[in-house]
Ligand binder design. Structure first.
Ligand code: HEM
Length: 527
C-alpha cells in the first residue's frame, strides 16, 4: 500500500487490476519470455530486418497506438484518490445513502484541470480550473463535475461549442496555447453580455491559484436533493479548502510557467507523498422547492450564484486527498466523469446549460476512450456490482454467464423479470412540465450585470487593481480595435471607472452600447 493510503473498497478493487514490473523478466503481451530486447531479428549481421520478428512488431505496434485523443476541454489535469467523510447527516434533505449516516466514508477520485490549454500546456495559465469528483458510493458512482468558479460563461448549452472554439487556439495558426489573450476569445466575449459575471472572476486572482489545494470547488448549477418523503430542495454544492483560498500574482504566474509548467501538478503530488493531505469542507446551500422564485435571478441560470449572505453555506463533510495515482494514464487520463451519473436522492434541474452537458460527456467519452465499455476501465468501475442486459462492443471485459440478455425473460440466467418497478432504484423526480415548444430563454435570465458588479465591488483595492491590470494585459493583446472598444463598452455596464481606466491604458474609446436584451442578438448590441 502507498504511503498514507487508507484501506477502502475502491482501492481494493483497483488492486485486483494492478501489477508491478519490479524484478520481473520481460515478456511479450502473450506472456512469452523475451530473450533479447535490444536487437531486432535480421537476415545477417548487417542485413534487413525480418518481417517475421513478431517481438519487434508487437513492441512497435503498441507504441504506435499509445496516444488517445486528449479531452476536448479540460485536457490538462492532475488526479488523486481520497475519501469523503460525512460529519453531519443530510438525511432530512436527501435519501442519497452516502450523505445520510454520520461517519460514513466514501472513496473518491478527484481530477483538477485547466480548461483551455492542451495536455502539455502550463499549469499557471489564467483560466478556470475543473474540480471533478467521482464518489464511489454503495449505490453506484456519483459524479460532481464542477469548477473553481461558481458561475459559468453562458446560459445555454447551444453556445458551448462556440465559446470553446473562441477560447481555444485560433484555427489558422494554433495560437495562443494557453492564455485567453487573443482576438477570437475577446470577440466572442464582447458579444456575449451574459459572460460578464464569469469574466470578472476569470480576470480576478481566482483564475491563477497558488495551488490546487487552495482552491474552492463549486457544482455551479442548481441541483436537487430529494428525501425519503419526496420533499425537494434546490442545492448548490461547495468545497472550501482548509488551507484557505490563495492565488499568485500575474507576474509570478508568468515566471512560474517558464520555470516549472508542472507547478500545480508537482505541488499536489508532493503534498500527498509527504502525508500533508489536502482537505476541503463540503458544504451546501439549500433552498426549499417552494422558495424557488424568491430570488431576483433564476435558480436555473448558471451565470448567477446565490449570495452566501442570503443563503449561508452549511458544512456537512470533509473531502481528503490521501493517495497519488499509481499510473497517470490508467487513472487520471482514463477517468470519465459525467454530471448525469447520479444516485437516488440527487437529481439535476432544468438549467439549460446542465441539460446540454447531460448529452455531451458520454458522447465525447465514446470517441475519447474508444468503446461503449469504458465503464469497465478500472478507475471508472462502480464498487457496486453492475448487472444489466448490455453486451458486446469493443474491449468488453465482463464475462456474463447465462443465456439471456433481454427483458422480459422467463428462462434462467438473466436478472429476474421486473414487471414494472424495482424497489429502491433511481426514480427521476416527478415534475410538472408544460409550455410551448420554444427556442428561446426565459426573461428571468436577462440581468447580466448585477452580479458582475457585486463581484467587482466585493474585491479589495489591490484585488481590483489586479483585475484591471488583467483586463489591460488581455485586451492590449487584441489586435482589432472594434473588439477592444466593444469590450470596454461592456465593462462600463459593470463599473464606469474600471472601463475608463482600461480604455485609457489600451488606447480605446468607451463605446456606448445598448442595454442588452435577450430578444436581440448580441452583435446587434451596439448603438
Ligand atoms: C470536461 C462539455 C460545461 C466542468 C468536459 C468535457 C466535455 C465537456 C466534452 C470532456 C470530457 C471528457 O473527455 O471526459 C461541456 C459542455 C458544457 C460544459 C457541453 C456546457 C454545455 C461545464 C461546466 C462545468 C464543467 C458548467 C463546471 C460546472 C467540466 C470539468 C471537466 C469537463 C471539470 C473535466 C472533467 C475531468 O477532469 O475529466 N466538459 N462542459 N463543464 N467539464 Fe464540461
Amino acid at each position: 500500500m502507498k504511503k498514507g493510503a487508507q484501506k477502502n473498497k475502491k482501492l481494493d478493487q483497483l488492486n485486483t487490476h494492478s501489477t508491478s514490473n519490479e524484478n520481473e523478466k520481460l515478456t511479450t503481451d502473450q506472456g512469452l519470455r523475451i530473450n533479447n530486447n535490444q536487437d531486432s531479428l535480421k537476415a545477417g549481421d548487417r542485413g534487413p530486418t525480418l518481417l517475421e520478428d513478431f517481438i519487434l512488431r508487437e513492441k512497435i505496434t503498441h507504441f504506435d497506438h499509445e496516444r488517445i485523443p486528449e479531452r476536448v476541454v479540460h485536457a490538462r489535469g492532475s488526479g488523486a484518490h481520497g475519501v469523503f467523510k460525512l460529519n453531519k447527516s443530510l438525511k432530512a434533505y436527501t435519501k442519497a445513502k452516502f450523505l445520510n449516516n454520520v461517519g460514513d466514508e466514501t472513496p473518491v477520485f478527484v481530477r483538477f484541470s485547466t480548461v483551455a490549454g492542451s495536455k502539455g500546456s502550463t499549469d499557471l495559465a489564467r483560466d478556470v480550473r475543473g474540480f471533478a469528483i467521482k464518489f464511489y458510493t454503495e449505490e453506484g458512482n456519483y459524479d460532481l463535475v464542477g469548477n473553481n468558479v461558481p458561475v459559468f460563461f453562458i446560459q445555454d448549452a447551444m453556445k458551448f461549442p462556440d465559446l470553446i472554439h473562441a477560447v481555444k487556439p485560433e484555427h489558422d495558426n494554433e495560437m495562443p496555447q494557453a492564455a485567453s489573450a487573443h482576438d477570437t476569445f475577446w470577440d466572442f466575449i464582447s458579444l456575449m453580455p451574459e459572460s460578464m459575471h464569469m469574466i470578472m472572476w476569470v480576470m480576478s486572482d481566482r483564475a491563477i491559484p497558488r495551488s490546487l489545494r487552495m482552491m474552492e470547488g463549486f457544482g455551479v448549477h442548481s441541483f436537487k436533493f430529494i428525501n425519503e418523503e419526496g420533499k425537494v430542495h434546490f442545492v448548490k454544492f461547495h468545497f472550501k479548502p482548509k488551507l484557505g483560498v490563495h492565488s499568485v500574482a500575474w507576474d509570478e504566474a508568468q515566471r512560474i510557467s517558464g520555470v516549472d509548467p508542472d507547478f500545480h501538478k508537482r505541488d499536489l503530488w508532493e503534498a500527498i507523498e509527504s502525508g500533508t493531505f489536502p482537505e476541503w469542507d463540503f458544504g451546501v446551500q439549500l433552498i426549499p422547492e417552494e422558495d424557488e422564485h424568491q430570488f431576483d435571478f433564476d435558480l436555473l441560470d448558471p451565470t448567477k450564484l446565490i449570495p452566501e449572505e442570503e443563503v449561508p453555506v452549511e458544512i456537512f463533510g470533509t473531502l481528503t486527498l490521501n493517495r497519488n495515482p499509481d499510473n497517470f494514464f490508467a487513472e487520471t487520463e482514463q477517468v470519465a466523469f459525467h454530471p448525469g451519473h447520479l444516485v437516488p436522492g440527487i437529481d439535476f434541474t432544468n438549467d439549460p446549460l446542465l441539460q446540454g452537458r447531460l448529452f455531451s460527456y458520454t458522447d465525447t467519452q465514446l470517441s475519447r476512450l474508444g468503446s461503449p465499455n469504458f465503464h469497465e476501465i478500472p478507475i471508472n468501475r462502480s464498487v457496486n456490482t453492475v448487472h444489466n442486459n448490455q453486451r458486446d462492443g469493443h474491449m468488453r471485459q465482463q464475462i456474463v454467464k447465462g443465456k439471456v440478455s433481454y427483458e422480459p425473460n422467463s428462462i434462467g440466467g438473466g436478472c429476474p423479470y421486473q414487471a414494472m418497478m424495482s424497489e429502491g432504484g433511481f426514480v427521476s423526480q416527478e415534475e410538472r412540465v408544460s409550455g410551448e415548444k420554444v427556442r428561446r430563454r426565459s426573461e428571468s435570465f436577462v440581468d447580466h450585470y448585477s452580479q458582475a458588479k457585486l463581484f467587482y465591488n466585493s474585491q479589495s483595492a489591490p484585488e481590483q487593481t489586479h483585475l484591471q491590470n488583467a483586463l489591460i494585459f488581455e485586451l492590449s493583446k487584441v489586435t482589432i480595435p472594434e473588439i477592444r472598444e466593444r469590450m470596454v463598452g461592456q465593462l462600463a455596464f459593470i463599473d464606469k471607472t474600471l472601463a475608463q481606466k482600461v480604455a485609457d491604458k489600451i488606447g480605446a474609446k468607451v463605446k456606448k452600447l445598448k442595454e442588452p436584451n435577450q430578444s436581440i442578438p448580441a452583435d446587434a448590441n451596439e448603438s
